[in-house]
Write a protein that binds this ligand. Structure first.
Ligand SMILES: [Zn+2]
Length: 466
C-alpha cells in the first residue's frame, strides 16, 4: 500500500511537471496606429532655426504593439517624432496605466527621429530658437501623451492569439559613420561628398536589421517590428513626413497587406547617417527617403525567409534609473555662450551648438541627468533595450555583443532623451555630437553596463524556470 501511494505521488508530480512545461502560455498581441500629424504651420524639428510646416507629404503615427503572455503585459510604442521629452513619456505612461492597467514601467516609448515632424518644447535654451516654445508646439506636446495612450489602449483592446517569429538580416549599404579621420589629424563631421581630405570613417556601423513578425492563428499578418540604426534626416524641406521609416512601412504593406502594422524603432545611430561621401548624388529628398525605405524593406523581405519561431514567449520587464554626469563647462564657457546667443543668426552653427549645450548644462546647477534604461525580454530569445538619447553606435554594438539573448533590439530616443550620448573615446576627438552632448564622458558606458546587467539577470530567470 505504501509503495502504491509513493508511485501515485511520483506519477502525479511527473504529470504536473509535464503540464507545467507544456502549458506554453499563449501569447496575445494587439497592434494599432494613431495619426499624430501636426496642423500646418507647426514649427518643424531637427535644425537650429524655425521653419513652419507647409503641407503633409505623408502622415505621422504613434504605433503601438501590446504583448500579453497571460501573466505579464508590455507595450512597444514608436512615434514619428524627432525625440520625446521625458515628461511626455511620463504623462503617457500615467494615462496608459489608468486606461489599460498596463504598468507604465512596462511601456517602452521611443521616437524614430524624423526631422520632418514637429518640434517639441524640451526645456532647452534652444526652444526659443527653433519654435519649441511656440504656441503650436506647446499645444501639440500637451496632446501627444493622449494620442500615445490612445494607441496603447486601442492595441490592448485588440489582443489576439499570435505566433511570433524572428530573424536578422544584414544591410551595410544604407548607414554610414558621419565622423571621419581627416588628413590634418582632426575628426571631421559630415565633411561633404568626395572630400579629398577624408581618410576613413572613425566608427563602424551596425548592419543588423532585426525583425520580429507576428501573425494571427489563421495566418493573417499582424505586425512586423523592424530595428535598424540610421539617422532619420533624408526627406528635408518643409513638408511633414515620417521619412524612410514611412517608406519602409508602405513597401511592406504592399507585400503583407494594409492591415499589417510596421513598427520601426531606430537603433544606436547618434554618429550614423545615410550620406555616402563616395557617391556624388544629392541625398536629401522625398525620393531619397523612398530609396532608403525600399532598401530596408528589401532586407526585411529577405528576413521573412529565415523566420524562426519563438517558442517560449514569457515576458519579463526590468528598468533602472541612472544619474549621468554632466558635460564639463567653465565660467568662461558660460560668458561665451551668452555672447553667442546675443549674436543670434550671425553666430555660426557650431557656436550655437556649443552655446545651447553650455546654457542647458549650466541651468542644471550640477544636478546629474536622470535617465531610464529599460529591458523587455521574451523567453530566452528576444530582448528590447531602451536608451535615453542619440546613442553612438559603438555603445549599441557593445550591448548587442554582450547580450545573452538570441536577438537583441536597441531603441534609442526611448523613454526620454538627453540628446547625444557619445562613447568615451569620442570625447577627445570633439566635433558636433560631442560639442552638443549634455552628458559627460563615461555616461554612455554607464548605460551599456546597466543594460547588460539587466539582460543577464533576465536571462538567468529563464534558465531558473527550467
Ligand atoms: Zn540627430
Amino acid at each position: 500500500m505504501k509503495r502504491h501511494k509513493l508511485i501515485r505521488t511520483v506519477v502525479s508530480v511527473v504529470v504536473f511537471l509535464i503540464s507545467l512545461s507544456s502549458a506554453q502560455a499563449e501569447l496575445r498581441v494587439g497592434v494599432t496606429m494613431v495619426k499624430i500629424t501636426p496642423p500646418t504651420g507647426t514649427p518643424m524639428a531637427g535644425y537650429y532655426y524655425a521653419r513652419g510646416s507647409q503641407e503633409v507629404l505623408d502622415d505621422l503615427f504613434a504605433k503601438a504593439a501590446v504583448l500579453d503572455d497571460g501573466t505579464t503585459k508590455a507595450a512597444l510604442v514608436v512615434c514619428d517624432i524627432i525625440s520625446l521629452p521625458r515628461s511626455i513619456v511620463q504623462d503617457a505612461r500615467q494615462l496608459i496605466e489608468q486606461q489599460t492597467g498596463i504598468p507604465g514601467g512596462h511601456v517602452m516609448i521611443s521616437a524614430t527621429h524624423t526631422h520632418t515632424g514637429p518640434t517639441l518644447p524640451r526645456d532647452s535654451a534652444r526652444d526659443n530658437q527653433d519654435g519649441g516654445s511656440s504656441n503650436p508646439a506647446q499645444t501639440y506636446a500637451r496632446e501627444l501623451p493622449q494620442r500615445i495612450a490612445q494607441a496603447v489602449a486601442e492595441a490592448n483592446g485588440k489582443l489576439q492569439a499570435v505566433t511570433v517569429s524572428y530573424a536578422c538580416e544584414h544591410e551595410d549599404r544604407l548607414a554610414f559613420c558621419r565622423r571621419f579621420w581627416m588628413k590634418d589629424g582632426t575628426v571631421g563631421w559630415n565633411p561633404g561628398k568626395r572630400n579629398p581630405n577624408v581618410i576613413r570613417p572613425v566608427s563602424p556601423i551596425d548592419p543588423e536589421v532585426g525583425v520580429v513578425y507576428c501573425e494571427t492563428t489563421d495566418k493573417k499578418p499582424l505586425l512586423t517590428y523592424v530595428n535598424y540604426a540610421l539617422h532619420t534626416d533624408t526627406t528635408g524641406g518643409t513638408k511633414i513626413s515620417a521619412d524612410y521609416p514611412g517608406a519602409l512601412a508602405r513597401r511592406l504593406a504592399e507585400y503583407k497587406g494594409p492591415d499589417m502594422v510596421t513598427i520601426f524603432a531606430n537603433g544606436a545611430c547618434g554618429n550614423l547617417n545615410h550620406l555616402n561621401v563616395n557617391w556624388g548624388q544629392p541625398q536629401t529628398s522625398p525620393a531619397e527617403a523612398n530609396r532608403l525605405g525600399t532598401i530596408l524593406a528589401g532586407a526585411v523581405l529577405k528576413a521573412y525567409m529565415d523566420l524562426q519561431p519563438v517558442r517560449d514567449t514569457a515576458l519579463r520587464v526590468r528598468s533602472q534609473v541612472l544619474r549621468l554626469p554632466l558635460a564639463k563647462i567653465t565660467p568662461e564657457d558660460l560668458q561665451e555662450a551668452k555672447a553667442i546667443v546675443e549674436k543670434k543668426d550671425k553666430a555660426t552653427f557650431m557656436e550655437q551648438v556649443r552655446a545651447f549645450k553650455v546654457l542647458d548644462v549650466d541651468r542644471r546647477a550640477g544636478t546629474p541627468l536622470e535617465v531610464e534604461v529599460q529591458v523587455i525580454t521574451m523567453g530566452e530569445t528576444l530582448a528590447w533595450v531602451s536608451l535615453p538619447g542619440e546613442i553612438f553606435v559603438e555603445l549599441g554594438l557593445s550591448i548587442k555583443a554582450a547580450s545573452p539573448f538570441a536577438q537583441t533590439h536597441i531603441a534609442e530616443l526611448a523613454n526620454g532623451s538627453v540628446g547625444y550620448i557619445p562613447n568615451r573615446s569620442a570625447y577627445p576627438e570633439g566635433n558636433y555630437e560631442v560639442v552638443s552632448a549634455r552628458c559627460g564622458e563615461g555616461a554612455g558606458e554607464m548605460l551599456v553596463q546597466a543594460a547588460v546587467k539587466m539582460l543577464e539577470e533576465l536571462k538567468a530567470q529563464t534558465t531558473l524556470r527550467k
